[in-house]
Design a protein around this ligand. Structure first.
Ligand SMILES: [Zn+2]
Length: 325
């Protein structure tokens, strides 16, 4: 049913999709069929990855969140907001990035793929992203970023089977813009789903020995991964990056670490590890860095890494740092 909503939105299209044809000067010796390339905008990295895989070399994909920036508090420049008007396809997660939601509403781009229509967003309580008993520690301000999701945890992409659900609607939207290549988009989407299913099997096998283990993270980005592969996520801070853990919370973490013989606290690539390093050294345990895939750092991009290779690195970091029960 959600798929139908996406499709309906994709069909309710105007001639905006034709604009690039008239604007494109592309003089690189390509034939006419290559002119007016399809323009796709995505709102954060894992959606960019999906769009790139599904589009192959048939479209230009750009990400609204600058490389290695925090998608949680994305702000859009006027130029970027204008880009949303002219994009053929915009891929986003409604409720996660209010600035993007506002720009889409104001600019009404031709085709919008909303991941929230197809993925199963879990309550932050289910994923361990937030627990009622800590609500007082955090106060209200920290939750502003996720108000649009009404208590749901946005980090669905850390379960590859959830990210896979975005592939088909992206292929549908691209096909609506560029029907001539519909078969290629569909084949690319299906190849991506296969790749993500294989990654899922690898994660399940690799993490099976750690079922029930405590995964102590900085911000609670890994709830979907923990939920799918049977880990128990313990976030030092909440769903957002900029929360500071209270002394009471730090004491609780200390108790959990000691009770469950946790050997490693997991830090994140986009967040300063300072707080976690201090906590780990106070508790006499190690730290290791996981990647939330909220952005692709310049280093990793330059090394040709992508969602799948980084999830594999996460897997090996986890199997080294988790304490098998
Ligand atoms: Zn996050």
């Amino acid at each position: 049913m959600n798929l139908h909503r996406t499709a309906a939105r994709a069909v309710a299209v105007t001639t905006a999709a034709l604009l690039p044809l008239t604007l494109c000067a592309c003089g690189s010796g390509q034939d006419a069929a290559d002119d007016g390339r399809v323009q796709v905008l995505t709102s954060f990295y894992p959606l960019q990855f999906v769009a790139e895989q599904v589009a192959g070399d048939l479209a230009d994909v750009e990400n609204l969140t600058p490389q290695a920036a925090d998608p949680h508090d994305l702000e859009l420049s006027p130029a970027r907001t204008r880009d949303i008007s002219t994009a053929d396809v915009v891929v986003t997660l409604h409720g996660f990035q209010p600035a993007v939601d506002e720009a889409i509403e104001a600019r009404n781009p031709a085709h919008v793929v909303d991941a929230a229509d197809v993925v199963t967003l879990l309550s932050a309580e289910v994923t361990g992203g937030e627990e009622d008993e800590h609500a007082d520690d955090h106060g209200d301000e920290e939750h502003e970023d996720h108000e649009g999701l009404g208590g749901l945890d946005p980090h669905f992409w850390l379960d590859p089977t959830q990210l896979a659900k975005v592939a088909a609607p992206v292929a549908d939207a691209l096909s609506a813009v560029d029907p001539e290549h519909a078969a290629t988009y569909a084949a690319n989407a299906s190849a991506l789903v296969d790749r993500l299913d294989a990654l899922d099997a690898e994660l399940a096998a690799g993490l099976a020995p750690f079922a029930g283990a405590e995964l102590v993270t900085n911000h609670t980005a890994f709830g979907y991964l923990a939920h799918r592969y049977g880990l128990s996520q313990v976030g030092v801070t909440g769903l957002d990056h900029d929360t500071e853990a209270s002394p009471a919370r730090l004491r609780e973490i200390g108790d959990i670490v000691r009770t469950h013989h946790v050997t490693t606290l997991f830090t994140e690539s986009l967040i300063s590890p300072k707080m976690m390093d201090t906590l780990a050294s106070d508790l006499g345990v190690a730290t290791a860095q996981l990647d939330t895939l909220e952005g692709l750092t310049a280093d990793k991009a330059a090394n040709g890494e992508d969602y799948v290779s980084i999830m594999r690195e996460n897997l090996s970091t986890l199997t080294e740092g988790l304490n098998a029960k």
